[in-house]
Structure formats: C-alpha cells, structure tokens
Design a protein around this ligand. Structure first.
Ligand SMILES: Cc1ncc(COP(=O)(O)O)c(C=O)c1O
Length: 377
C-alpha cells in the first residue's frame, strides 16, 4: 500500500514518551494531554459487562451488532431504525469503514481545521488516492461557510465535520447547522458528522445532530460512541447511523476486518443506554467550571489567549506571542516545568500557534498549570 505522509505518528507520541521517561525517573508530570474523561466507568456498565461474560456472551455475534443495542441507539435517533445502525470497536473503526465505503480514487474530501488528528491518516488508509482539502475555521473559531462554498468542486465527494469540536470545544448554532445541511443537499455530497462529544455540552446552547435532518439522510453518516460520554475508552465501542446501502458496505468492511465488536462489551453498552446517565449533569457542571476558570486566567496573561469552549473537554490556547512553534513550546514546558500539552500542529499546519489543554483534570491540577503558564518566559 502507498504509505502517504499523512499516515504518520503524532508529535504527541514523542512528547508522551519523554513524559513517561521523566515519570519513570520519579518526576511528577502535570499532564494536560489527556483525551478521556476523569471519572470512573459507571459501576452498572461494568457489572453488566461482567454478567455478560458469566452468561456466555463470549462467542461471535452478528457483525452489524446486537439487535438489542442497535434498537436502543435507534430509539435515540427518531429518523433511524435498528437496520440503519452499525456497531464497531470504537468510533475510529466506524469512521474508517465509512470512508472506505464512500471514497473512490480521485475523490476530494474536505476536512475543517483544526481537525481530529486521525482524520487525514484514516482518509489515506481508506482510499490512498483521495485528495484531502483542508479548510481552516474563521479566526474566532466560527464555521467558514462562505469559504466552504468556494472549496466545493465537481470532485468533492465528502465533507467531514466534528461538533462539539475537538480541539476548539465549539458547538454549531442551529442556523449554522442548517446552512451546512443545505450546502450538502444542493451539492449532492456526503457528510460525515463525528458527534462523539454530543453529550458533553456545558454551554446552554442546544446541540443539533445532523441525524435530525431527513433531507440529507441519503448523504449522511453520523458517528458516535461510548468512549467519551460513558468513560468507556478502553472498551472500544462506537457506532454509525447511515442509509441501508452504506450500512451494507460498512458491514462488509466490518465483517472482513473485525468480524464483530466484542459481544460482552456490547452488553455493557446496552446497560449504558438503559440507565439514565445521571452522572453527566454534575460532570458537565464541572467541565464548565474548569473551562471558565482556565479561560479567565489565560486571557489575563500577556502571552496567551483563547476562545471559551462550549462542549467536549479541551481548551485550544493561542501561544503566538511566545514566538515559538507549538512543538517548541510543548517541549519547553515539558523540559522546564514537567507540564504536558498537545502541540497545535497535530490539528493542522495552520494551527502551529496553538496548543490543546485538557479539561479532564482536577481543579487543583488546572491551578498548578495556570501558575506554570504565569511564570512562562
Ligand atoms: C473527534 C473524535 N472522534 C473520534 C474519536 C475516537 O473515539 P473512539 O475512542 O470511540 O475510537 C476521538 C477520540 O479522541 C475524537 O476526539
């Protein structure tokens, strides 16, 4: 296979390795690089998973996923039936299967930068001859709808969006969502909407899934999963909603690569959906408090600035006044102050003047991080 330069190790890995080495030498690392919730997987999900093992859910299951689980997911999405849902070992696997099912050589795929770090590699792994068109958000992180219109050509096959967004934490307004729906419909392109952070929303602003718009149902793949909402990152459980034709193609990818998602893990997800996620209210409140604190403190500092996140659990901090690249900045923080952040370059070439800070740490850790940033020279 053609190994495109887009299929590369993230700069985070190298930094992470350095941080681990320091930890092994007994040093304390303040890591703001984490991309997973800081609460334990709910007990009832763990119990249901263990029970499933005891009850013998240890064999192959239908490749598309347990009907019981697909029915519960469909119930959350009123325009979809269980036949229009497919389960994968993680949202990443679902995205890859969708890309492999949609893309053909020469197709153009538009991704919005800053983007989730794995999109370029996943596109090239799914279709090495697809062309990636990167379109940057507006300066204030609003959606560049006018610029997007100009980027769409006859070769454009797919647009990928991710809201609530990793790394900016922004959420589309209803009007912006509608504008994208209309653009996708008029230009007859596919839309892949990665909605993995949909329930991590502390803005008071309603999040609208693209699954709410039947107008584009034939052109749409919605990706979601259990990693972020239920703190189930290690379970590896994601899913996609799409029309029957795409589901069938994605199922062929699934059958030939994964066979099925671990059966007892799917039973854990059934428990996740049959219990009310009461823990999400206090967690969103905590995220809000952390986001507000970080935003206020960062914007008081002469070297740094940022835009208040509305959802997900990251803060994308502008470091341009330091005159350092994002990798230089991250290395300096780690070398001199044992603090780990993700360099903005990982989210797109145009974002080398940013770093991503995680909100999935305690308030005390955030306070320590702010003290370090205050002293940064
Ligand atoms: C935008 C986005 N999509 C997908 C994923 C991957 O999710 P999963 O753990 O279900 O593969 C992540 C994880 O960081 C993410 O941020």
């Amino acid at each position: 296979m053609l190994f495109s330069p887009e299929i590369k190790e993230s700069p985070t890995l190298l930094l992470g390795e350095k941080a681990r080495q320091k930890e092994a030498e007994g040093e304390k690392i303040i890591s703001l690089a984490v991309g997973e919730p800081d609460f334990a997987t709910p007990e009832y999900i763990i119990d249901a998973t263990k029970k499933a093992l005891d009850e013998g859910y240890t064999k192959y299951s239908t490749p598309q996923g347990l009907y019981e689980l697909r029915t519960l997911i469909a119930k959350e999405n009123k325009h979809y039936t269980a036949d229009e849902v497919i389960i994968f070992p993680g949202a990443k696997a679902a995205i890859h299967a969708a890309l492999a099912s949609i893309l053909e050589p020469g197709d153009e795929v538009i991704i919005i930068a800053p983007y989730y770090v794995s999109y370029p590699a996943m596109i090239k792994l799914a279709e090495p001859k697809a062309k990636i068109i990167k379109l940057a958000l507006n300066k204030d992180f609003t959606f560049p709808i006018e610029k997007l219109k100009e980027k769409i050509t006859k070769k454009t096959k797919l647009l990928i969006v991710n809201y609530p967004n990793n790394p900016t934490g922004q959420i589309l307004s209803f009007q912006e969502t509608m504008k994208i729906v209309n653009l996708v419909f008029r230009n007859k392109i596919y839309l892949l909407s990665d909605e993995i952070y949909d329930k991590l929303n502390f803005s008071g602003k309603a999040f609208h899934s693209f699954a709410e718009f039947p107008l584009i149902k034939d052109q749409l793949v919605v990706i979601n999963g259990f990693s972020k909402t239920y703190s189930m990152t290690g379970f590896r459980l994601g899913y996609a909603l799409a029309n029957q034709e795409l589901i069938q193609k994605m199922n062929l990818v699934n059958q030939n690569i994964h066979t099925n998602t671990a059966t007892f893990i799917q039973k854990g997800a059934v428990a996740a959906l049959t219990n009310k996620p009461m823990f999400l209210i206090p967690y969103n409140n905590e995220l809000k408090e952390r986001a507000l604190y970080l935003h206020e403190e960062i914007n008081k500092l002469p070297l740094f600035s940022g835009v208040l996140p509305e959802g997900a659990f990251y803060y994308f901090m502008n470091i341009s006044k330091t005159k350092l690249t994002s990798v230089e900045f991250a290395n300096k923080l780690l070398e001199e102050r044992n603090m780990l952040v993700v360099p903005g370059i990982a989210f797109g070439e145009k974002f080398d003047k940013y770093v991503r800070l995680s909100l999935c740490v305690s308030m005390d850790t955030l306070k320590e991080a702010v003290e370090i940033l205050k002293e940064f020279k």
